[in-house]
Design a binder for this molecule. Structure first.
Ligand code: 3H9
Length: 712
């Protein structure tokens, strides 16, 4: 075992000498993560360089597109293996000879900590620097919390650590993170030139740990820490690692360097052990795994250069913007000039508002709008590689559009429907090329929302599915594969937990209490706020449509109907579940709504009882988890992780809880099943345990056991 490790270590970190400079290269695809072999290799290379009397400086590089993407995230949760990354960084800093880094691509997390520990730092212009540990529920754990503030000041370092987002090379230089920029493309040459220049000038080793925050900067540093602490109960409410980040940075002011490192390690290990860290790491891998579907493994995507969109309403226009933003030319088809003009205006409105808010320059808006063209004749779609239909949600209307597409589109064009619940199998059968038909379910606003459900009908060709996943990547969307059923993955689950919220309301919880519990759990909004935002009339129409087919054994809660009958549709009408005085978007509680709720409860004869926040969330989550289990059980989602990703990116599920099925594993499937059975005692028609949940509990399994890679 040891022999094979040392063999591997030689492969992933190589050294070669160029005059007095030892060039140490990490070559560990895909992203040079700092796994145990890399750490061993770095230690060995630094020892060798110190011992080699010919070597006077070390140049540290990452091979490939990126410098280093950080610690190897797959190792978290496994027993740590020596050497630890903090020790590797200390070793770099303690090198007897100057260590220079030359950064191309990303230097993230532990990768940036390696940069901080080196003595001299060069970056190519395209380099990116970030400390994204917070997005994984962690803090920089290899000296970053102690070294970053010493180089760039407390405020800038706190910002980098708390928001986790990358900064570019120029900004990194301005902040003191980087000493030298290079506008070339070759980090080896740029690094060598810099190292030689440093040697020629007799530049000494320059350990970051020896730097002090200047006394004059102390008051500003304390203020920055106070400001960060104030954010902990607002922006970072409920999160564990941001508070530990602030504590670790505090040590920069109060403690010697080694003591700061010791505290950092203690906090890092605390973070590592939290459910939040497990959930966030699950989310990181799940969103990448979701794109790996069997069809994409079996087929190459078709060429995709021109897109057609049928319909210029809110959805069609939003989809058009998403395509234009990705540089894809769009032809929009509408039934007449007036509708087409409205479609164009809907697209332009999005860009105009960006320009108005200073987020886009006029030339860029014009460039993107220049990729848009419109027509009232379907013939304009003849050379489109993919057409998305976004017309009224009605089978007859949609099949008429598909008949036209069948007539005009070139062979091999992908024909997509943006339906959110209709039967795409049936739609595909109405035309001569069902193999080209797929569902692309965008979420509103389509240019903003990250989730794309790719709905795979029975007869679709593999390369159409592959093309859809390739499109999602180009649009920078997170794609989830879904099977055909009413509501696909997300809306189907939503319908059930939304129903659970109605029952809570009927049984005694107020809408405001429910919304608050759901927000405190971590969702950005509660279910009644969401209805007010989307428009109560939309769900009202859906309820009326389904009235005829509703299971008569299920309890029906008519409270929402009573509000809609009064024209209270939410924000757009100034009142709904909440009051919105003078167009305000923050709702106020409405005593009249509470009176209506009370009256309806009496009419229903429901015994009103009181619910704690915990009771509310147990009902809400049990409903969500149970239906999510059904969705996996029936093959609508390939794996539990696909459900988690859909809920994270389309429904505001808090990322630090990982998605409903990860959360279920975390709280224990037996506990969830016990809740469902207890609720079923009162309402057996609604609360039917999912067969998959029952089976997993019986065999002591977890949802995560079903998360194996999809078969290609
Ligand atoms: C840390 O550093 C802690 C330290 O402070 C302290 C330690 C003591 N590890 O995203 P992509 C895989 S925390 C393992 O599709 P892109 C990824 O899963 C770490 N694997 O490519 C995928 O695998 P597969 C802080 C990783 O070009 C493949 O690489 N660092 C890691 O769109 C390609 O990834 C971060 O949080 C990793 N660190 O984007 C950075 N990174 O092909 C996380 C990637 O099997 N990474 N993989 O699905 C990223 O942000 C992006 O991956 C990156 C490339 C921008 C680098």
């Amino acid at each position: 075992m040891a022999a094979s490790h040392s063999h591997l270590a030689q492969d992933v970190v190589t050294s070669r000498r160029e005059g007095p400079v030892s060039i140490v290269t990490i070559n560990y695809p895909p992203v040079n993560a700092l796994g145990v072999e890399v750490r061993r290799g770095l230690m060995a290379a630094l020892d060798a360089a110190d011992q080699d009397t010919e070597v006077r400086a070390v140049l540290l590089l990452g091979a490939g597109r990126h410098f280093i993407a950080g610690a190897d995230i797959r190792e978290f949760g496994q027993p740590p293996q020596a050497p630890l990354l903090p020790d590797v960084c200390n070793r770099i800093e303690a090198s007897a000879k100057p260590v220079v880094v030359a950064v191309q691509g990303a230097a993230l997390g532990g990768g940036l900590e390696v940069v901080l520990a080196a003595h001299y730092r060069l970056a190519l212009l395209g380099a990116k620097f970030a400390l994204p540990e917070v997005t994984l529920g962690l803090l920089p754990g290899a000296g970053g919390t102690q070294r970053a503030p010493r180089l760039m000041g407390v405020e800038a370092a706190l910002n980098l650590m708390l928001d986790g987002k990358p900064i570019g090379a120029r900004q990194a230089q301005t902040l003191g993170l980087v000493d030298r920029l290079d506008d070339g493309t070759d980090p080896v040459q740029a690094g060598l030139d810099y190292a030689r220049e440093l040697l020629a000038s007799g530049a000494p080793v320059r350990p970051t740990r020896d730097r002090r925050i200047p006394v004059a900067d102390m008051p500003a540093a304390s203020q920055a820490l106070d400001a960060a602490r104030a954010l902990l109960n607002k922006k970072y409410r409920g999160l564990f690692s941001p508070a530990r980040i602030v504590d670790a940075v505090q040590a920069v002011l109060d403690r010697p360097f080694d003591e700061g490192l010791r505290l950092e390690r203690e906090y890092f290990l605390q973070c590592l052990d939290t459910p939040q860290r497990r959930a966030l790491v699950h989310a990181f891998f799940a969103e990448r795994e979701a794109a790996k579907v069997p069809e994409a493994g079996r087929a190459q995507p078709r060429a995709l250069n021109r897109v057609g969109i049928v319909g210029g309403g809110t959805m069609g226009a939003g989809i058009a913007v998403a395509m234009l933003d990705a540089g894809l030319p769009v032809v929009m088809v509408e039934r007449d000039e007036t509708s087409l003009e409205r479609g164009r205006a809907n697209v332009a409105k999005v860009y105009d508002s960006l320009v108005k808010r200073g987020r886009m320059v006029v030339a860029e808006r014009d460039r993107r709008l220049g990729l848009w063209s419109g027509a009232t004749d379907y013939q304009a779609l003849a050379d489109a590689d993919l057409v998305v239909e976004a017309v009224f949600e009605d089978m007859a209307v949609k099949s008429a559009v598909f008949a036209e597409l069948d007539r005009v589109c070139k062979p091999g064009a992908v024909l997509a429907s943006n339906t959110s619940y209709l039967d795409i199998n049936q739609l595909a059968k109405t035309i001569s090329r069902p193999q080209d038909v797929i569902g692309l379910h965008f979420f509103s606003p389509a240019n903003v929302m990250k989730l794309l459900e790719i709905v795979v009908p029975e007869q679709v060709a593999d390369d159409v599915v592959a093309t859809s996943f390739a499109l999602a990547r180009r649009l920078k969307k997170i794609a989830v594969r879904a099977g055909v059923c009413d509501g696909f993955i997300g809306n189907r689950i939503l319908a059930v937990y939304r129903q659970a919220a109605e029952y809570l309301l009927a049984d005694g919880a107020s809408p405001y209490q429910i919304d608050q519990a759901v927000r405190r759990f971590g969702f950005p909004m509660g279910p009644f706020q969401v209805t007010d935002l989307a428009g109560g009339d939309i769900s009202w129409a859906a309820r009326k449509r389904r009235a005829a087919t509703r299971d008569p054994a299920l309890r029906y809660v008519p409270i929402a109907d009573r509000l809609c009958e009064r024209g209270w549709f939410g924000q757009k009408t100034g009142r709904g579940w909440y009051l919105y005085p003078e167009g305000s978007r923050a709702g106020q509680e409405d005593p009249e709504v509470l009176a209506i709720v009370a009256e309806e409860r009496l009419k229903m004869g429901a015994a009103s009882r009181s619910f704690t926040e915990e009771d509310i969330m147990r009902h809400y989550m049990a409903a969500m988890i149970n239906e999510a289990a059904n969705v996996v059980h029936q093959g609508i989602a390939l794996r539990p992780l696909d459900v988690d990703v859909a809920m994270l990116y389309g429904y505001g599920f808090p990322r630090h809880r990982g998605g409903p099925l990860h959360y279920a594993d975390e709280i224990g499937l037996d506990a969830v099943l016990a809740d469902i059975r207890a609720f079923a005692a009162e309402d057996p028609h609604f609360w039917k345990p999912s067969p998959l949940l029952v089976e997993l509990v019986e065999r002591g399994g977890h949802f995560k056991d079903l998360n194996q890679p999809a078969q290609g």
